[in-house]
Structure formats: C-alpha cells, structure tokens
Design a protein around this ligand. Structure first.
Ligand code: 5AD
Ligand code: SF4
Length: 465
C-alpha cells in the first residue's frame, strides 16, 4: 500500500543528502515523498544543531505537527509517524523524547539505514524509539542504491564526521569521528548518478578534503586522486567538493585545480577568523598567514579560482583588534561570496564555557560590518562578469516564465530565457546583468555545448536532444 512521506530538512548539504537517502530506505516500505506534511503517514524533521536558532526551530515545528497528527487520527485517517532525525536528535535525543511525547522515532545521522526496523518498532510501540548510537558498521554499506536520479546536479557523500574539534563546533559530537567511504563505492555511485542524467557532482563531507582511501593499486589515495578518477567518467562534466579545512589542502589536491578541467574553479574554504589569537582559541590549528599561503598556492596554479568562506564574529574574547584582523584577511583574500555567523554558544563545546562571552550588540555590529565588506566583494565579483560569455549548466526551470536557472563554473546562479530542452546541458550564456546574488544573461545563438573535452557546436537542438 502506498504511504506518504514528508521530510523537512534544515542545515547543511549533508543533511539534504541524508534526507534523500532516508527516502531511498523508506521507498521499499511503500513510502512516497510528498510536498506537504498535512495528512502524511510519516513526517521526518531532519535537523541541524550547529547554531542555537536552528535547534530552537525544531521544537516550534513539533508543536505545529502535533496538531496535524491529532487531526489525522481524529479524522480516522490512521497514524502519522513523527520522527526527529539529524544532529538535534543526536545531541538532544532524550530531551526530545521527554519534551515531545508526540514524537515516535528519534535517530541520529549514523543510524538511518536501520529505518525499516525502527518503523516496525514504532508501529508496534506506544512510546518513542530512540536510536542515537554510533554503530560499528558504516551506514553506507547498508543503504540501498539510490532509487531515483538526483537530477542534473547531485550530491555524493564521500566523507563524514570530524576529528578537528574546533572549540565552538558541535559537529565532532553529532556526526562522530572522521570516516571516509571506500573509493570503489564512491566511483560506483558516481557512475550510477551519471547514468541517471547527472552532469555535476558535489562531493560532500564535513571535512571533505580529509578524505582518504585505498586505491586499486594498494596505495593510499587523497581527495585529489579520487577527483582525477571521477573525471574519467564519461558524461560527468563538473566536479565540486565541500567543505574543506585549510590544513587538509595537500599538494595533489591543489594541483588538481590546475590539471582537472572538470574540477570547477570555486572553493569553499572556511577560515572563521583573521586573528591568530582567536584562531588558536578556536583550536583551528592554523594561523591567518597559513591560510593566506594556501590561498596563494591555489591561485598560483589556477588564477581563475573563486573563493568562498565561513566567518564567526564575536567568538569569546574577540577584541576590536581581533575583529579588525578578520576584516583585513577578508580584504586581502577577496571572496566571491561568504557565510557569516554570530558566535552561538553550543552546549558541550569548550568555547561555551568561556567567561569572556562577547555582548550581543557587539556581535551585531561586527556582523553588519563584515557582511557589508563581503557584499561589496561579491557585487564586484559578479559585476566583473557583465559582457562576458560563460558556460552555464542549466539545472532547473527558473521562477519567471520561459527562464531556466543554471550555475556558472564559479557557483553563481544564472537566469536566462532558454528552451527547456537545454536542461542538463552546458550552454554559453552572455552575461547582461549582475544582481547581488545572481547573474542574468542571454543564451548565445547556435548553442555551443562544452564537454569535458572542450567546446563543440551543436547543429540544432533537435539533433542534440
Ligand atoms: N556559532 C556560530 N557559527 C558556528 N559555526 C559552527 N559552529 C558555530 C557556532 N557555535 C559555523 C562555522 C562553520 C559553519 C558551518 O557554521 O563558520 O564553518
Ligand atoms: Fe566543526 Fe571545525 Fe570540524 Fe569544521 S573542522 S566540522 S568547524 S570542528
């Protein structure tokens, strides 16, 4: 019997990936994804614990869902199984069970391959099923093949967890120790994605560039070697990876940015802060100059590389001079875009216990100043494209009539009026307009389709469809 499943996802791309895989695990049980929670047979909240606000939202969402669950039961439409998954579940599982008795299942990021057993238990039981173990086996060895194609641009988890223990961060506790999936498993999954129509793969990991594995020749591979292997897959036009730690940018990975044409010239490389004192207190294990040197090495091999980053303002003890060092680093490096956060004390992390917490208004002011600087850099970066013709991979229908949405090699969103048959293709687009967060352009006539081997002119759309 067909049952309906609604999954709401917060947080990082890894959570987006996990949600898709949960749907794959539940498909053989008859669950089919729907767009709304009303009346659904199962609702999963896949949660994020990285900052306080993200976690708070889960409890308010559970209040709303309790009403939907009661309505479904009262209307005689059966039971809504309500689940909390992801990092809030991992960190606060017992509290969820205690505070929200309407919840039937609570499970962390490492146990969702056991969903069939959990669903069976939850169906029989009246209390909640709690599963926040870090099992010895890898979930990746137990997940089914991806049931449906992820589309033009797909995520592929290659690494999970973190051993870095930055003093502000919950990830080492919620996602567990660093784990790399075997190379052969990744290559197989990538081939399957490409066979299903994927043209771009983003390799995911909390510390993706710490990925390592055994090659078929018995040698240890790093991420650069894995990327070279994936670049051999026919039809895979673009490769990206995120998120990286500056300490794990090794020579081979840096060289791959010069040598692998499919590897896109865009890198998310968080530094968090520009003051060495704060970087030490954050336990980042690198200085601001170490980071500058990594950026210099990357730009030396590929001057075209655009950078993105993460920044935290108001870390405990951050002085005006420390913050000025962050602004200086941002000015020196120059970002195509970046994510900025006010420090949020997280239970169980060392920095949360520091006495020297920064006042909220100071955090606000620093955030505004940093955002202003980054917005100006982003605007300048985007404006530099006006008048240029660039290869755009169209990945979905745009919001406006007749428009498609695509991505430039540098991750910018690009909108252009284009035939839907160009979805999944890389097309030359002349950029006419730069907006704060996207570009607008015109498809260059006589579609030039770029392939990993270079550009080729497609005689007509019909011939190439
Ligand atoms: N407070 C604010 N920002 C945080 N991040 C991680 N933990 C915290 C925290 N406690 C940010 C970091 C990280 C990104 C994913 O979230 O910048 O790179
Ligand atoms: Fe968190 Fe630091 Fe690990 Fe990134 S490297 S996941 S910020 S502990």
């Amino acid at each position: 019997m067909s049952k309906t499943l609604f999954i709401k996802t917060w947080g990082c791309q890894m959570n987006v990936y996990d949600s898709a895989r949960m749907a794959d695990v539940l498909a053989p049980l008859g669950y089919r994804p729907v767009e709304e929670p009303d009346g659904a047979d199962m609702v999963i909240l896949n949660t994020c614990h990285i900052r306080e606000k993200a976690a708070e939202k889960v409890f308010s969402e559970l209040g709303r869902l309790r009403i939907l669950k009661d309505e479904k039961a009262t209307a005689g439409n059966g039971r809504m199984i309500l689940a909390v998954a992801g990092c809030v579940a991992q960190a606060e599982g017992e509290e969820i069970v205690a505070r929200a008795p309407q919840v039937d299942m609570v499970f962390g990021p490492q146990t969702y391959h056991t969903l069939p057993e959990m669903v069976a238990k939850a169906t029989r039981a009246t209390g909640s099923v709690l599963n926040t173990d870090f099992p010895a086996e890898s979930k990746f060895d137990h997940l089914p093949e991806e049931s449906n194609s992820q589309g033009v641009s797909a995520f592929l988890a290659v690494q999970e967890g973190c051993d870095k223990f930055c003093t502000f961060c919950v990830v080492p506790y919620t996602r567990g120790a660093e784990f790399s999936r075997p190379a052969a498993q990744i290559v197989l999954e990538a081939k399957r994605l490409v066979a299903g129509g994927t043209r771009e793969i983003s390799l995911l990991g909390q510390n993706v560039n710490a990925w390592h594995g055994d090659g078929p020749d018995g040698s240890t591979w790093g991420l650069g070697r894995l990327i070279r292997e994936l670049a051999e897959i026919d039809g895979l036009a673009r490769i990206r990876y995120t998120t990286s730690h500056p300490r794990d940018m090794d020579d081979d990975l840096i060289r791959a940015h010069a040598e692998v044409p499919q590897l896109m010239p865009y890198l998310h490389l968080p530094v968090q802060a520009g003051s060495d004192r704060i970087l030490a207190a954050m336990n980042r294990k690198h200085t601001a100059d170490d980071y500058r040197r990594v950026v210099d090495r990357l730009r030396a091999v590929n001057p075209d590389l655009a950078l993105s980053g993460d920044f935290i303002v108001g870390f405990p003890g951050e002085s005006d001079a420390d913050f000025a060092a962050t602004l200086k680093l941002v000015s020196d490096v120059g970002y195509a875009q970046a994510y900025t956060f006010k420090y949020s004390p997280r239970p169980g992390t060392p920095a949360a216990l520091e006495g020297s917490q920064v006042a909220e208004e100071v955090k606000e002011a620093r955030l505004a100043a940093l955002q202003q600087l980054i917005a100006a850099q982003q605007a300048a970066f985007n404006h530099g494209f006006v008048g240029r013709t660039i290869p755009v991979l169209f990945d979905r229908v745009g919001r406006r009539d007749g428009q498609l949405h695509g991505r430039s090699p540098w991750m910018q969103s690009v909108h252009a009026v284009a035939d839907e048959r160009l979805l999944g293709r890389i097309v030359e687009v002349r950029i006419d307009e730069a907006r704060p967060n996207s570009l607008g352009g015109t498809v260059v006539t006589g579609e030039h389709i770029s392939t990993p081997q270079g550009m080729r002119r497609v005689p007509s759309l019909e011939a190439s469809a």
